[in-house]
Structures are given as C-alpha cells and as structure tokens.
Ligand binder design. Structure first.
Ligand code: C5P
Length: 218
C-alpha cells in the first residue's frame, strides 16, 4: 500500500499553506511546501549570480542544493533563510524560475523524497497533476483574487508592514497569470481534484472539509 498523499494546489495567497500545515499536524503527516522549494531556487540563484532566465544553469544548480527544513526554519547551505525567501523580490523570482521545464524536472526527486510514512500533505501548483499524480486525496483550494489580496493585506498589517491593497491585488493577478499561462505544469485544477472555494470559509472550516474528504477517500 503506497504512502498516502494529500495534494493541495491553488493560487497565491489562497491560504493553502496554513490549511495544509494544519491538516498535516492533525494527521501527524509530513508537510511539503513546494513553493518554498522554488523560492529557495530563486534565492540560491541570486546568491550565486545565476540569472533567473538561465534555464540550464538553474537546473544544474538545483542538482546540488543543500536544503533542510527543520523546526519551522528553512536552511540553505546551513544558513537560515526562512525570512529571506518571503520577500516580494523572491516571490517574483520564484514564479520566474518556475517557468523553466529543466529546473522543474531537476526539483522533482527532491519533492518526491518528502513522501514518508505515515503520510504527506503537499501544497503547491502541480502536486496533484505532476509531482504526486497518484495522491489519494486531491484538493484545488481557491478564493477570489479580491479576498486573497485582502488576506495578504491583513497579514502584512499585522506584521506592521505598510502595504497598499490595490498594489497587492495587481501583483497577485500578475502572478496568477504567469502561473496559469506557462507551458509546463501550469496552475490548473486536476480533473479528479475536489474544488474547495474558501472565500467564505474560515481556516478551521477549510481544514475540516479536507479532513472529511480525505477520510471519505481512504
Ligand atoms: O506558493 P508560493 O507562493 O510560495 O510559490 C512561489 C512560486 O513558486 C509560485 O508563484 C509559483 O510560480 C511557483 N510554484 C510552482 N509550483 C509549485 C509551487 C510553487 O511553480 N508546486
């Protein structure tokens, strides 16, 4: 019997990271934040002076990335980069490097290696379609762009970071377009994924919906 996977895909700021992490904690499963992998690739490239457009150099770099996730921190070559990968610049960089098929291919085994007993919750854009096509539970988690922008805005305000709601919305829409229109592994609802529209759901309600659905599936 293969190790169970709950694949959760969806657009930026849909809340899928928070929801996926809670589902993983509740079930005692491992957690893969695949977006972080692309963010790390963008940051590592920046540090090594590799251009975000240089597909072959990025793919080569990806084969010897020294990444570790431990106790809520992300390590690159032993340095903590948890905050450094969350900047607006790296968010843009991640979505730019993510368009390259050779880089995506080079990051495939790393992502698959997170599948360990007793199970995995993986969130991203192509978890159900490309990385874990045999996942027993597939969720496409979304919310309207306006609601996602408001959620991101509130998060930033809580951190005391000044932000402009219109700019955030525009930025999200640009990233959605880039993620949905690229030729490899575009953001797309897998045919057999369950659509979870969270515009009017709380985090707890979204978590419970996924837990119920995964129980019904196993
Ligand atoms: O989810 P997060 O916003 O951290 O992802 C950063 C970027 O990485 C996304 O905008 C997307 O372009 C890319 N990504 C991807 N495939 C994934 C996860 C993220 O292409 N599975």
């Amino acid at each position: 019997c293969p190790i169970p996977v709950i694949a959760i895909d969806g657009p930026s700021a849909s809340g899928k990271g928070t929801v996926a992490q809670r589902v993983a904690t509740t079930l005692g499963y491992h957690y893969l934040d695949s977006g972080a992998i692309y963010r790390i690739a963008a940051l590592a490239a920046l540090k090594q002076g590799i251009d975000w457009q240089d597909e072959m150099a990025l793919a080569e770099m990806a084969t010897h990335l020294d990444i570790r996730f431990a106790a809520g921190e992300i390590y690159l070559n032993g340095d903590i980069i948890t905050e450094a990968v969350r900047t607006e610049d790296i968010s843009r960089g991640a979505s730019e490097v993510a368009v390259h098929p050779a880089l995506r291919a080079a990051l495939l085994d790393l992502q698959k290696s997170f599948r360990k007993a007793p199970g995995l919750v993986a969130d991203g854009r192509d978890m159900a379609t490309v990385v874990f096509p045999d996942a027993g539970t597939k969720i496409f988690l979304t919310a309207s762009a306006e609601i996602r922008a408001e959620r991101r805005y509130k998060q930033l305000m809580e951190k005391g970071i000044h932000a402009n709601l219109a700019d955030i919305l525009q930025d999200l829409q640009a990233r959605d377009a880039r993620d949905s229109q690229r030729s490899v592994a575009p953001l797309q609802k897998s045919e057999n994924a369950r659509l979870l529209e969270t515009s009017h759901l709380s985090i707890d309600q979204a978590v419970n919906a996924i837990l119920d659905y995964s129980r019904a599936n196993t």
